[in-house]
Design a protein around this ligand. Structure first.
Ligand SMILES: [Cu+2]
Length: 189
């Protein structure tokens, strides 16, 4: 059988394209570590999260230090992150390992920190866990990227990454002002 030279070239090009497409799909699904929300964060009652009586740190979300590790508890609800939205940004130190534990009080939300690979779905009843390390201090945008209702487009916030020295100072200030407030309260009684 005689196959024309041009036909051979086109055949070769077509096979190459197909192999290339399959390779990109394989890389995208395995190579970059994209996956469904893992179950490492455990389960939680969304109703309890809504009512603030989970008996966990989600009742008072924020940054805590657990076993020397920074852990950020975030509750997503229509249409805000607490902390994160408005004048309560998530504040973490640079150069430290930070684990985000995020859950939803109502519907499915997204939790994506712009310019980083922190990106997870937030599912009611489940805790999404993502670890990261910010090397560059600065303010990073935080957005909800799963349609969650009429004001979804307004649901966002920010993550403030501060140099470690500054962070410890702020912590002390916060602790100090809490102590002061408590002392004041006791004095008032
Ligand atoms: Cu949303």
């Amino acid at each position: 059988m005689q196959v024309h030279r041009f036909e051979k070239v086109w055949l070769g090009a077509a096979i190459l394209l197909i192999v290339g497409f399959i390779a990109t799909i394989a890389y995208g699904s395995v190579g970059v570590g994209v996956g469904m929300v893992g179950d490492s964060g455990g389960q939680i009652s969304a109703e309890a999260v809504q009512n603030g009586n989970t008996g966990t740190q989600f009742d008072d979300p924020g940054v805590v230090k657990e076993d020397g590790q920074y852990v950020v508890y975030v509750v997503a609800r229509q249409f805000q992150f607490s902390p994160g939205t408005g004048d309560t940004p998530i504040r973490v130190p640079a150069g430290e390992n930070v684990t985000f534990r995020v859950t939803s009080a109502d519907v499915v939300h997204g939790f994506s920190v712009v310019e980083t690979n922190i990106n997870t779905m937030v599912i009611p009843g489940q805790v999404s866990e993502v670890s990261a390390r910010f090397n560059e201090p600065g303010t990073y945008g935080l957005i909800c990227h799963e349609y969650c209702g009429a004001a979804h487009h307004t649901m966002g916030g920010s993550v403030e990454v501060v140099p470690p020295e500054e962070y410890d100072m702020q912590q002390e200030n916060i602790d100090q002002s809490a102590d002061d407030a408590q002392a004041q309260e006791e004095a008032d009684q």
